[in-house]
Design a protein around this ligand. Structure first.
Ligand SMILES: C[S@@+](CC[C@H](N)C(=O)[O-])C[C@H]1O[C@@H](n2cnc3c(N)ncnc32)[C@H](O)[C@@H]1O
Length: 227
């Protein structure tokens, strides 16, 4: 029996479910040909220009559930690529707005113009329920996240090259509320590259509580809990 899909229970339209299945499959097919050397700092931008490297589907389902559990209406995604995880985030925000009213946004970030254009195509295919909730910031997120963030950010998804992780967190952290959540991908598989992040977020006075979830290559979940 396949594991439950929370999007199915929430009656997400079938054309979005089919698109997501197709995009995850394309991403997995590409990943089988990516090597560790492709991630070297000197070549990573060039080598990943046409690659999804989407967050795995089980992790996307978890993030969707989490965003609903905390009622997230304002979300920042560091690393949007072709926009796969962004779709889940937008669907969760849509569900939260439907449940309790108000407004919300998913702020996506993508450095590569071709990837940003492809992401927009995917969101258009989903329809207004997704595309209408996304504010995609194109360019280097260390610049694009400096301005015009909502007063409160409920959830930050860090799915980006590791040197960007701490700079992103420092830009977004002033907008956290108690209970805001950070999810960071691959924190076991790429543990040495995450050292700066671990030093920051796991420091005794960091204001965060942390747990590593046992997904493939690890998924860090940190909750903002200022003293
Ligand atoms: C792992 S992929 C994101 C996958 C996406 N979250 C998904 O699940 O579909 C990371 C993305 O971050 C982008 N990126 C890397 N450095 C960036 C920067 N400084 N500013 C904005 N985007 C950046 C890359 O171009 C790449 O597409």
């Amino acid at each position: 029996m396949s594991p439950p899909n929370p999007l199915l229970s929430d009656n997400v339209p079938s054309h979005i479910l089919s698109l997501l299945d197709r995009l995850h499959e394309a991403s997995l097919n590409q990943e089988s040909s990516i090597t560790k050397a492709d991630y070297a700092a000197s070549v990573i931008h060039e080598n990943m220009k046409d690659k999804f490297i989407a967050l795995e589907q089980d992790k996307c389902h978890f993030v969707y559930q989490l965003a609903k559990a905390i009622g997230a209406k304002n979300i920042v995604e560091a690393g949007t690529s072709f926009g796969v995880s962004t779709i889940y985030l937008a669907l969760a925000v849509a569900a939260n707005i439907k449940a309790t009213g108000g407004s919300g946004v998913v702020i996506g970030t993508e450095h590569e113009p071709e990837k940003a254009a492809k992401a927009r195509e995917h969101w258009k295919e989903c329809g207004e329920i997704v595309s209408g909730l996304i504010d995609l910031r194109e360019g280097d997120l260390r610049e694009t996240l400096k301005v015009a963030l909502p007063d409160t950010i409920d959830l930050l998804l860090l799915d980006i090259w590791t040197p960007m992780v701490v700079p992103t967190l420092k830009l977004v952290q002033p907008k956290f509320r108690p209970g805001s959540v950070i999810i960071a991908d691959n924190t076991v598989g790429s543990a040495p590259d995450y050292q700066e992040f671990f030093d920051y977020i796991r420091a005794p006075d960091s204001g965060f509580t942390n747990i590593t979830l046992p997904y493939h290559k690890g998924l860090e979940m940190s909750v903002y809990s200022p003293k």
